[in-house]
Design a protein around this ligand. Structure first.
Ligand code: C5P
Length: 284
């Protein structure tokens, strides 16, 4: 029986700019994506009927699950057989870490390998599943433009220790974009050259690592801004929100500096250490 197990890594955005609304309802963005060590695990094997099992009961396991939709997209094209999929979740949903998108891309890659399908069709299928899904086929450090699907892989950076804080509040992406418009976000010019420079050494450019969603989301959820300030006060070289939230990320010069903050954290704050990873680790 054919079977495959893959890791499905999360991402952060070092920087995220929303340039403006498009005629198709989406927004043009400009971002630096970064794969990180935090990952889910996906095992796929041939089975008599399609089945998804997930160890997190809060994740919907039906047709709307991106893993199921990824299988269906390849089934529609290639009549691949039914599979049983085991999804071990570590990446929180709705946290701006791309968990669902990463799972979709990992499933596409795994099924493509398992059934020897052409790899060049995957980016198009990935985009149909979500704006962030194509990044997870590229991994590592990458410049993202358009809806996030126009990707330029950038050189790997040395591993940077991270601390991820998971507030209980979740921010659905569509709502975050709508709130940004309601707050009167202006149209911005792209500046890809600046992003390429920043991506080479993000911590050296920490003051330039901004996220356009922060002001809107922080106004509604002030606790998130408090967490960001707390990380900066305790020695993070950079701290900020990833994606449209709600995860707050701190980046540290060294692991001991990061671990000292973990030791001092107030009870009740859900914190997970992680680090940036290379493209080959992200796609292993
Ligand atoms: O592409 P995805 O399904 O992940 O996007 C979820 C929602 O976020 C979209 O329906 C859209 O409202 C918004 N979005 C956007 N511009 C983007 C990405 C997402 O407006 N570049």
């Amino acid at each position: 029986m054919r079977q495959i197990t893959v890791r499905s890594h999360a991402k952060i955005n070092w920087l995220l700019r929303v340039l403006g609304r498009r005629d198709d309802g989406y927004h043009d963005i400009e971002t630096i994506f970064q794969s990180i060590s935090l990952h889910d695990r996906i095992t796929i094997r041939e089975a008599p009927s399609l089945e998804l099992r997930c160890d997190d009961p809060s994740i919907p396991a039906g047709e709307q699950n991106l893993v199921v939709r990824a299988w269906r997209a390849l089934h529609d094209r290639h009549r691949i057989p039914p599979v049983a999929i085991d999804l071990g979740k570590r990446i929180p949903a709705g946290g701006g870490l791309g968990g669902g998108s990463s799972n979709a891309a990992a499933t596409l890659r795994a099924l493509s390998r398992l059934f020897a399908l052409p790899a060049d069709e995957l980016p198009e299928i990935a985009l149909a599943l979500g704006s962030d899904v194509p990044f997870f086929l590229v991994g590592g450090t990458a410049l993202g433009e358009g809806r996030g699907e126009m990707l330029e892989p950038l050189p790997d950076i040395a591993p940077i220790p991270l601390l991820l804080l998971f507030p209980e509040e979740r921010v659905p992406t569509g709502e975050a974009f709508a709130a940004l418009r309601a707050d009167g976000a202006s149209v911005r010019r792209s500046d890809a050259g600046r992003l390429r420079r920043i991506a080479g050494d993000p911590l050296a450019a920490a003051r330039e690592l901004t996220n356009d969603f922060e002001s809107t989301v922080f106004a509604r959820l002030p606790r998130l801004e408090e967490l960001k300030q707390m990380l900066l006060e305790r020695g993070a070289r950079w701290a900020g929100m990833t994606g449209s939230g709600s995860t707050i990320v701190g980046a540290f010069a060294t692991e001991p500096a990061r671990d000292a903050v973990i030791a001092e954290l107030a009870a009740g704050i859900d914190a997970v250490p992680a680090e940036t990873i290379s493209r080959s680790e992200a796609l292993a």
